[in-house]
Design a binder for this molecule. Structure first.
Ligand code: ZN
Length: 177
């Protein structure tokens, strides 16, 4: 009976993020992947902590001190140390426990974090067009989408290779007899 707007997207991720002001481009990518991601360019640390507490979000930050403070308060936090989005996404996935990134649905506006709704319109190539319910930005799977898909595939490859390495190390050290 309670129907959430995005309930049609069965793969919509459930983890919610609050991304700090230095990681705007990462916040955009997380939204494209369907994650509810608030990005705050101006808030001071105390305000960010408040939102994380109140909203049950995971703080994503490159600020070591802020990360430590959040951990001391037993809040969920992911510390980002890398400088490009591919490496940052790998870092985030490892800490969040994601095995892979999935870019199969368009469910969230990269601009304002609101849900996308179907317009029943198509672009000139017959691709489905979606519209943000808040800022009205239009979305379709064009060339930009292809580039993102490649980026996320690279991230997945890296996650996969790291996991394999880890698996080998784990199994060779567990010598039960
Ligand atoms: Zn929007």
């Amino acid at each position: 009976m309670l129907r959430h707007v995005s309930s049609s997207h069965k793969d919509s991720p459930t983890l919610k993020f609050l991304v700090d002001g230095m990681l705007g481009s990462l916040a955009t990518k997380l939204r494209i992947l369907g994650f509810d991601s608030i990005y705050d360019r101006n808030s001071v640390d105390a305000a960010l902590i408040q939102i994380v507490k109140k909203d049950g979000r995971t703080l994503v930050t490159s600020d070591q001190e802020l990360s430590l403070n959040a951990k001391r308060m037993h809040l969920s936090v992911i510390l980002i140390t890398k400088t490009n989005d591919r490496a940052r996404l790998v870092e985030l996935c490892r800490q969040a426990g994601f095995k892979k990134l999935d870019l199969t649905v368009m469910s969230r506006c990269s601009n304002c974090n609101s849900n996308l709704i179907e317009t029943y319109e198509q672009d000139k190539f017959g691709r489905k067009v979606l519209r943000c319910e808040t800022c009205a930005k239009l979305y379709w799977k064009g060339s930009h989408w292809k580039k993102l898909d490649e980026l996320f595939s690279e991230v997945n490859r890296e996650l996969n290779s790291k996991r394999t390495n880890k698996h080998i190390t784990a199994s060779s050290s567990s010598t039960k007899d």
